[in-house]
Design a protein around this ligand. Sequence first.
Ligand code: NAD
Ligand code: TDX
Length: 357
Amino acid sequence: MEFIRMANKKLLITGGAGFIGSHVVRLFANKYPNYQIVNLDKLTYAGNLENLKDVEKKSNYTFVKGDIVDASFINELFAIHKFDSVIHLAAESHVDRSISNPLEFVMTNVIGTVNLLNAAKNEWKENFSDHRFYHVSTDEVYGTLGETGMFTETTAYDPHSPYSASKASSDHFVRAYHDTYGLDAVISNCSNNYGSHHFPEKLIPLSIHNIKNNKSIPIYGKGENIRDWLWVEDHARAIDVVFHNAKSGSTYNIGGHNEWTNIDLIHLLCKIMDKKLNRAEGESAKLITYVKDRAGHDLRYAIDSSKLQKELGWTPSLQFEEGLEKTVDWYLDNEEWLNHVTSGNYKKYYEEQYTKR
Ligand code: NAD
Ligand code: TDX
């Protein structure tokens, strides 16, 4: 089925300086020396070129700083580079920030995506068949599950947060450009990722940072919400497989069959941290603090990724306990990275998000 594994692809990756994007850039830059990869990123608080130190000197890799909301800049970028494919990850990605500032999410996640779609459509309209627009999305577009069931590719969209509503909207635009103009487009919807280079506003890296510094671990509500966690490098491998092999217009769910309540996950993390920091067992768990719940907090996400497994042969590679331990090791070994990203504006964000709860 090999779709577009051509010798000299000109690939635009957006959001490549962020958490998942940096893993995708690293995988592609190492695995496909003949691809010319341009990483376009605005370098918001979440974008960090330190995430890409090991690839920045590669001859097949170029970084461009820019904003996907700026349509004329995007059109010019497409005209200069003549991309034949796009993997679009740039987004505002944090649910709590979307609750405080929804418009920012509309701008980047909706308008930014439509700007990229327009540029791709205009550049590729003579020959859509040798081009591909891959939109990286989330399981949160499907809303929330009760105690049973799983999200499949045909689950109806039912987003609840401004973040998931903006991602759902962008998914609809991608499908509309496929159906209306014939753009070759594919979408994947993935569950919660974890691993290295994850910004410490999200549950796992925030908790690692706080445990290390003997600060309280804020658990929203009763800690009973369930997330389905996937090792970020397994997501990057899935993106590789979908990008090269999916049929135009198709959608794949990506997930690890790995559901945890937040509180169970944090207890496991505390146990690992006690061991790594030579603390008595149970010491880190004393930091657990229940705080006011997130507004509109989705109860449970669980992804059925059997379509991807059956059709394209992808499977997750890592057990959660092993992945979480590797993640903790990375954060403990990369103190400088953590210090850089938690200086400056992070402290202001943290105070606004947590001390007023
Ligand atoms: P992230 O917040 O770590 O990174 C986002 C990147 O996009 C940053 O480098 C940022 O600088 C860049 N960016 C933001 N606004 C931009 C703009 N206007 N123009 C150009 N660049 C901009 O996010 P992430 O967790 O790596 O998520 C990447 C993608 O994967 C997102 O589309 C997200 O919705 C999706 N996703 C994330 C998860 C997860 O668990 N983190 C799960 C499923 C899907
Ligand atoms: O301090 C916290 N305390 C807490 O209890 C934080 C930051 C989170 N939580 C809870 C909320 C969620 O139930 O932990 C769970 C995970 O929260 P986040 O790490 O903020 O992730 P989530 O809201 O599930 O969304 C993530 O997965 C899907 C990503 O941020 C999205 O970009 C992705 O699309």
